[in-house]
Design a protein around this ligand. Structure first.
Ligand SMILES: [Zn+2]
Length: 220
């Protein structure tokens, strides 16, 4: 697993699991990961609901789930008759029904995580409200140097992962975390994944936190 990542060392051993599942032999490489996320077959639904509720989520399944509407969101649970019509509201308190696209890309509450990430990156982004399109556009943000496209999908995955975990935290633990803290988790998680799996990523967490786009040189 990871060799350590400075301030994020403790968490590296949790979060870098994603990349080893995606490519346990070669570790992280951008093109392969992106292709994997956008073209791979839909996984079997067998065991999916069991899988995604676990704390140690098998992220391969979860990433597919984000892109293919296989999350156990309330609309899907309603469809499966696991919950009733009167229990479909978004936990964000926005008044909308919970679907994956709503939760991750349209919700006024959880959308604030994205706004903080956009601020962090220094970008203004008219975001599509559908997972696959959102990932594609976020991963190829116009105007940013091509070299930055290497880590944008990583930030995207960290963001949807943090939002999903916070949604579960609010529902099952009846707690919620400050949005700035959630954005901080995205920064730490993305840094930890990159640091653990890209030998050329030589920047400190401090660099990443303050000036993520200046870290692009690490990918040349
Ligand atoms: Zn909402």
């Amino acid at each position: 697993m990871g060799d350590g990542a400075g301030d994020g060392e403790e968490r590296v051993h949790i979060y870098d699991r994603l990349w080893w599942i995606l490519d346990p032999i070669n570790g992280y490489y951008v093109k392969g990961t992106y292709n994997y996320l956008t073209t791979a077959e839909v996984p079997s639904e067998h065991g999916l609901f069991d899988d995604v509720w676990q704390k140690q989520v098998p992220l391969k399944v979860s990433v597919f789930s984000f892109l293919r509407n296989r999350l156990p969101t309330k609309d899907n649970l309603l469809h499966m008759r696991i919950i009733d019509h009167d229990d479909t509201s978004c936990i964000g308190g926005c008044g909308s029904s919970e679907t994956a696209d709503h939760l991750l890309f349209r919700c006024d509450h959880f959308g604030m995580v994205w706004h903080r990430i956009y601020q962090w990156l220094g970008i203004s982004f008219i975001a599509p409200a559908v997972a696959r399109a959102h990932l594609h556009q976020f991963g190829h943000l116009a105007g940013l140097p091509r070299s930055t496209h290497s880590f944008l999908p990583v930030i995207w995955m960290a963001s949807v992962w943090v939002i999903w975990k916070e949604r579960n935290n609010m529902i099952f633990n009846r707690k919620n975390v400050d949005l700035n803290h959630l954005a901080g988790n995205v920064k730490l998680m993305s840094f930890s994944w990159l640091k653990a799996n890209m030998p050329t990523f030589a920047f400190s967490y401090n660099d990443w936190w303050r000036h993520p786009l200046l870290c692009k040189g690490g990918f040349v």
